[in-house]
Design a protein around this ligand. Sequence first.
Ligand code: PLP
Length: 400
Amino acid sequence: MFMTHLECSLTGERYDSDRPQNLSRVGKPLLARYDLAAVKRALTADILAARYSGMSKWRELLPLPLGAELISLGEPETPLVALDATGRRHGARAPLVKDEGRLPTGSFKARGLGVAVSMARHFGVTRIAMPTNGNAGAALAAYGARAGIETIVICPAETPAINITETAAYGAKVYVADGQIDECGALVGKGAAEGRWFDFSTLKEPYRIEGKKVMGLELAEQLGWQLPDAIFYPTGGGTGLIGMWKAFDELEAIGLIGPERPRMFAIQAEGCAPIVRAFEAGEEFATRWDGAATMATGIRVPRAVGDFLILRAVRDSGGSAIAVPEAMIGEAVRDAAHDDGFLLCPEGGAVLAGWRIALDRGLIGKQERVLLFNCANGNKYPLVDTSRRINLAEVEAGAL
Ligand SMILES: *Cc1c(COP(=O)(O)O)cnc(C)c1O
């Protein structure tokens, strides 16, 4: 076991990691800290290369005590897929997509919740609640079922039906509320304060980010320990962006990469862009985005408790935060499917559109090595039906 303690991400105050924890005293996320000198002795590139791929490959950099079981649904190492035709369309080097849609429950929420639920079970937690726009609820419910933990999920009314029914299929108690995700989160917080359940809201417990961190560890190894020039990430709560940024620091500390970092691009939809607004205004924290609306439900997050961590990573990396017009999202999904046979989820469409905008604005060079995140399987979302009705008699008469 290499985790030593937890640390407040704002004040640096130290917290024990031997019992369940939520936010720090000042209401900010706690981050897991490790004895990285010991990890460095235990983990080399050769040892990693000899291991089976998957989440537990990275166990020295995960919070679970050695011997405690990582609850798994067979998470694969997700592939990097080159969008060659998309690259040609823009006269640019083909962007690589890290396709997180291959994970159990069809989204990368499986990474974070697999690790967080494993820790909750290790601590003997028996009931967990969270607010969700969809994918997180399904992943919580699936890993909760596997761990024998009761799960309660509260969704905004606009949550796609497929997420609601999938979550319920794993036996979670699902409630649909007439508000935004942060309002559902307030209900979860109230129940947690009354001792009715453990609060699993994004970044309100410290271990989901550790699971998401594996995206950064994995991509570094997949690229031969040479990080890309830029990473485009669909940013809601920002767990994955913050987690990858943390992963790179840990990889440097254990000697697997140097001080170079990708430029981090936080992509949001124009209908919900609190991080972009704060980035452009030079603010350290973001204010709530009222009336949030976008088809990319995974990034419809009006307020992020880790806002300052997202903004810091984006700024320290020399990257940017970009708001994508809604119409460009569906267009990007369609283009990638037609051009490259790759069905992005809407959040992935936003990311591809964000790359297009960055190319236009000169924020990215055409020959740079770029990595785009597709965080869910495109089949989980309603698609436009463009089929035509025919009747068979006409077909026989040669109508096709
Ligand atoms: C949750 C989610 C996001 C946002 O992830 P964060 O790390 O919370 O910012 C993006 N895309 C999809 C498909 C999601 O489910």
